[in-house]
Design a protein around this ligand. Structure first.
Ligand code: GAP
Length: 441
């Protein structure tokens, strides 16, 4: 796994290669907000697509939802977020820096010396906003800090329209906002990010078994993104540290360059949310179990994951800096970066190079044909070695070179990013050849 110092290398590579860049950078940026460049958004979309296929399309017991980011303020009152979605904030009396109390060791300001911290005070991490033209308390609501509440408020309707019976899950991927006191560790703790989560409704009593199953499914999914098993571990929250709604939570931690930290988690939310929303809205949110002929609030198992955290973990796991391994006619002094992405997540699946510009027209025909099937790039500038390096850096699994022999034998050379093995493949067989290797979502 990447050492601590490597995060800096990843940050600079990600900016240089159009993966991740600071938001509003021309104005000096904005704390905890990042933009994803062309390759970054493609990788993130592929992660989301894989997640949706795995948990919604491939299962009969989970349906999808897209609920709105803005919800009635009463949702956040009933869910407990307005009163309790808080962090302990401390401020240095001397340098006026603010910190999350959990982040300051032994209650001392990290600037040291005579710096003294204030007593902690609760700080609500939801961003406030107002609906309509009048900015008063009646118009106030929040940008959602989690997608889960949409699944609870829409629970009855989704169940009725999808004609599903328990156990059933509602899945959603969407933007969430948290006004974090301190943002740090790059994409790890940001103020705007996406969560992919499922609220899985089960009969009370079946919750613990379901919890264990979801923990396994969650780990399998992360592994299917190409992450190495040795970089994952579980962390069970002690009872006294649980969120207000949880009976038990286990985090799936990833070995980020700054240590093992939460990547995803599974929580047992019991019947807390449905019960609270029924009490607050006056609407019956119980489930009628036809077999048992009884009505109850289902228990909810919630597997959740931060998409930006997974994006960062996928990049950290795939990132390798090595001594130059690519033959090139140009003098190469700098080290080489290879992004060993799982092919199904790679933003560009294949790149096509004419050996020289003279045969670009014929090579371009091969490229145009491949582009109908997959995101592809055509590159005719610089030495072949240089072109391989550009593609290795962005994680393209295969490069295809069209040379003078191709004009005669109708074959091209396919080069594998990880093994660097080269194979001659007939142009008419190329799509089948790549299709088998790309393991497309
Ligand atoms: N509905 C449950 C829920 O929101 P959470 O643990 O607070 O649980 C879910 O958040 C996931 O969102 C976390 O596992 C983490 O991956 C991600 N996450 C939380 N805060 C984040 C932040 N400030 N920046 C990036 N990702 C974050």
């Amino acid at each position: 796994m990447a050492e601590n110092k490597d995060l800096e290398k990843i940050v600079s590579w990600a900016k240089r290669r159009g993966y991740i860049m600071p938001g509003s950078e021309i104005y000096g940026g904005i704390g905890g907000i990042y933009d994803l460049g062309p390759y970054g958004v493609a990788l993130k979309n592929n992660i989301k697509k894989l997640w949706w296929k795995t948990f919604v399309e491939d299962r009969d017991d989970v349906v999808g939802l897209e609920s709105a980011i803005l919800m009635n303020r009463k949702v956040w009152q009933a869910s407990g977020h307005e009163a309790g979605f808080t962090d302990e904030l401390v401020e240095c009396k001397k340098c006026h820096q603010r910190f999350k109390a959990d982040d300051v060791a032994e209650g001392k300001c990290p600037s040291g010396g005579a710096h003294e911290l204030t007593e902690p005070k609760a700080f609500n991490a939801m961003f406030e906003t107002y609906i309509g033209v009048v900015k008063d308390e009646d118009a106030k609501t929040y940008l959602r800090p989690e997608t889960a509440q949409g699944m609870f408020t829409d629970f009855k309707q989704v169940l009725e329209t999808s004609r599903k019976k328990l156990p059933v899950g509602i899945a959603q991927i969407g933007k969430c906002f948290r006004n974090e006191i301190n943002t740090k560790d790059y994409l790890f703790r940001v103020r705007e990010f996406e969560i992919a989560e499922i609220e899985y409704f089960v009969k009370p009593g079946d919750d613990e078994k379901s919890f264990d199953e979801w923990l396994k499914r969650w780990e399998e999914f992360v592994l299917s993104c190409g992450i190495k098993k040795e970089n994952l571990q579980n962390y069970e929250h002690p009872k006294e540290g649980l969120a207000h709604y949880s009976k038990g939570t286990t985090d799936l931690q990833y070995n980020f360059p700054f240590g093992f930290k939460e990547l995803a988690g599974v929580a047992n939310r019991t019947d807390f949310d449905l019960k609270s929303h029924e009490e607050a809205s006056g609407k019956d949110l119980k489930y009628f179990d036809e077999e048992a002929k009884e009505k109850y609030w289902p228990y909810v198992i919630e597997p959740t994951l931060g998409v930006e955290r997974l994006l960062l973990a996928v990049i950290c796991d795939a990132f390798e800096e090595l001594e130059s391994r690519t033959e090139t006619t140009e003098a190469v002094t700098e080290k080489e970066i290879v992004l060993h992405l799982d092919p199904k997540l790679a933003p560009v699946k294949v790149a096509v190079f004419p050996l020289v510009k003279k045969i670009s027209k014929e090579a371009r025909e091969v490229y145009e044909d491949l582009k109908k099937c997959w995101p592809a790039e055509f590159d005719e500038s610089g030495s072949i070695g240089r072109r391989y390096r550009r593609q290795d850096e962005i994680g393209t699994p295969f490069c295809v070179t069209f040379d003078f022999d191709s004009l005669e034998d109708q074959k091209v050379t396919v080069r594998d990013r990880d093994t660097m093995k080269q194979e001659r493949v007939e142009i008419k067989e190329l799509k089948n050849y790549l299709f088998e290797k790309l393991n497309i979502i």
